[in-house]
Design a protein around this ligand. Structure first.
Ligand SMILES: Nc1nc2c(c(=O)[nH]1)N[C@H]1C(S)=C(S)[C@@H](COP(=O)(O)O)O[C@H]1N2
Ligand SMILES: [Mo]
Length: 168
């Protein structure tokens, strides 16, 4: 059981990712933690994710600078904005989220970008890959940002914590 600080410093990955992708998750548990300074933290089980509206992202590529491109993949899961709207009250004035993985990786997404995505190119918390359950080894639960086609730095495997942030 992890205790997450509400006032954590800037994550290292905000300034770039010098390292090679990690090959394996650090735990087997796909449970997510939604953390915000304005509400009580919430655990989100895989079954809860699966009960929210299902969305697909077609023609996704994982583009690695080090070891080439893989895909196209069809990922399935829950839109990140859908999850946030479901678990946060509608009067919360959050402005961005930091999505952290169990191995210390992560990506930042703004509310503006999440609200303005095309439905079939939307950022997902993915638990399916090409119609099959995504395995833990392949990243379950994985953040997929279809619009990112540069270096895979937003395609976060093993999402563990979504930190809701306020202000600029
Ligand atoms: N949790 C986590 N996610 C990650 C990384 C990582 O090290 N840890 N590396 C990123 C990088 S640099 C790449 S290239 C891709 C590799 O994805 P793949 O293992 O599906 O090919 O994952 C991205 N997501
Ligand atoms: Mo990479």
């Amino acid at each position: 059981m992890h205790i997450f600080s509400h006032n954590s410093p800037e994550p290292d990955w905000v300034h770039g990712h010098p390292h090679e992708p990690n090959p394996a998750p650090t735990t087997d548990d796909p449970t997510l933690h939604l953390v915000s300074s304005q509400t009580v933290g919430q655990r989100i089980l895989l079954e809860q994710l699966q009960s929210l509206p299902y969305t697909q992202a077609l023609d996704c590529y994982i583009i690695s600078t080090g070891h080439g491109t893989s895909g196209p993949f069809q990922f399935g899961g829950v839109r990140l904005i859908t999850l946030l709207e479901h678990f946060l009250s509608s009067d919360e004035l959050w402005t961005y989220v930091d999505v952290h993985s169990a191995d210390g990786f992560g990506a930042r997404l703004t509310r503006d970008e999440l609200m303005n995505e095309e439905p079939l190119r939307a950022s997902l918390l993915a638990y399916q890959l090409d119609g099959q359950q995504l395995t833990r080894a392949r990243g379950l639960v994985r953040l997929i940002v279809p619009s990112e086609v540069g270096d895979a730095l937003r395609q976060v495997k093993w999402v563990e914590k979504i930190h809701v942030m306020y202000g600029p």
